[in-house]
Design a protein around this ligand. Structure first.
Ligand SMILES: [Zn+2]
Length: 412
């Protein structure tokens, strides 16, 4: 396939103005780059050109989209799909009134997933992850950031990272890999800091040498990891080795995550319900993207993050799923986009940019993914059931896309 031209698109949402400026902040009033009654030409997997049907050029190979809505493929910049085991019983225990902490004390939570993940082979982890990525794809997500973090040992982290290298070859989606070895302290170590130092010395050099990850991440929270000398040494070493940084920050309390993310010049700080005003300003100044995860709030009944102070501070804001075995089982980014509009107080342009171009930039893919600008990859979702972006957002993700294309090839 060389060139294919899609015709009779009811509404084509390109986000090209943001992409042209490589801009992710101050997106309240901007033009989403919408073309009504449009055509879109993909050449060798990339957007070649587009325009209005009234001036549609001749093309040899065409496809009539019959008035459909076309959106850029969604970019999910925070997911945990590589794990084994099943934590549904814990969900039922939580419904019966048990707290997350009490479940963890009984051996549940991250440690339960750790046991199952450590007991799985690389092939089993690959198969489980590929199956979950398929589910993301059905809802239109064409780029996914995937975090490790359920093995909690050098050996198991390496196994997961190697499984993800194989997954990258087998899935049509673009995958960015984050090593979240600092997810929780495993039972073999006396303290989170001792574990962080051991991983800095034993794991990070191997990750960098074999090019196994794009980012590292840490769960900065009371009872997990803190902004300590050891964690700072880990992040300093990661930086020196050329790895980017992402942070689980201020979800349950203000643990200084937003400030630390700014100091580390992280690509993103995620969750952020309890980020301080000082932390938010520091993030904006350091260019750290705020990634809000409304699915976790819905699934575990904790407060939603408020996007407004981030928007006011001119901080870039993205929305991601946080898909994981315990605290959020939602793959559907359009559903989360609507939730983010309602509960995190975001406007239509902010929400749409927040699941496309903004996360793409935070994953360092801002010249390829998250927009249908000329030269970008031809990744898009086609909706026949809704015909405008307003209808799409109001529909709360109830209807998946009718087709999903990656680099101009129909995948779903
Ligand atoms: Zn997470």
């Amino acid at each position: 396939m060389e060139t294919i031209q899609f015709e009779n698109i009811g509404q084509l949402v390109t986000l090209a103005p943001l992409a042209a400026e490589h801009r992710t902040t101050k997106i309240e009033y901007i033009d989403l780059g919408i073309v009504e009654n449009a055509w879109l030409r993909i050449h060798e997997g990339r957007v070649h050109s587009y325009g209005e049907m009234a001036h549609c050029p001749y093309a040899e190979e065409t496809r009539d989209l019959g008035g459909a809505l076309v959106l850029p493929g969604f970019v999910d910049a925070h997911t945990h799909p590589i794990f084994a085991g099943n934590r549904s019983p814990e969900f039922i225990q939580r419904l019966a009134g048990m707290s997350y902490e009490a479940i963890a004390e009984q051996g549940g939570g991250i440690r339960s997933t750790m046991g199952a993940t450590r007991g799985s082979s690389q092939l089993e982890l690959e198969a489980l992850t590929l199956c979950r990525l398929q589910a993301f794809l059905r809802w239109g997500t064409t780029t996914v950031e995937v975090k490790t973090g359920y093995g909690l040992s050098v050996e198991s982290e390496l196994l997961q990272l190697e499984a993800l290298q194989a997954v990258k070859e087998k899935t049509p989606q673009a995958i960015r890999v984050t090593c979240l070895a600092l997810h929780a302290c495993p039972p073999e170590f006396s303290s989170p800091d001792a574990y962080a130092i051991a991983l800095k010395d034993e794991l990070l050099p191997l990750v960098a040498q074999h090019n196994l990850a794009d980012y590292v991440d840490v769960f900065l929270e009371r009872g997990y990891f803190s902004d300590s000398v050891a964690v700072n040494a880990f992040m300093g070493e990661a930086r020196m080795l050329g790895l980017g940084i992402r942070v689980h920050a201020d979800e349950f309390s203000d643990a200084g995550g937003a400030r630390a993310a700014a100091r580390w010049q992280a690509a993103s700080a995620d969750h952020l319900q309890h980020a301080s005003q000082e932390g938010i300003s520091a993030m904006a100044q350091a260019g750290v993207t705020a990634i809000l995860l409304p699915g976790t709030s819905l699934y575990t009944n904790i407060p939603f993050a408020d996007a407004r102070p981030f928007v006011e501070a001119a901080c870039a804001v993205a929305i991601a799923s946080d898909y994981n075995p315990g605290s959020c089982r939602i793959y559907n980014l359009p559903l989360l986009a609507t939730l983010a509009g309602v509960h995190c107080h975001l406007s239509l342009p902010q929400v749409l940019a927040g699941i496309t171009y903004v996360p793409s930039v935070s994953l360092d893919l801002g010249t390829q993914k998250g927009a249908l600008a000329c030269g970008f990859d031809g990744d898009f979702a086609v909706y026949n059931t809704v015909s405008t972006v307003e209808q799409w957002l109001a529909a709360c993700g109830m209807q998946g896309p009718d087709a999903v294309f990656i680099k101009g090839v129909r995948i779903v």
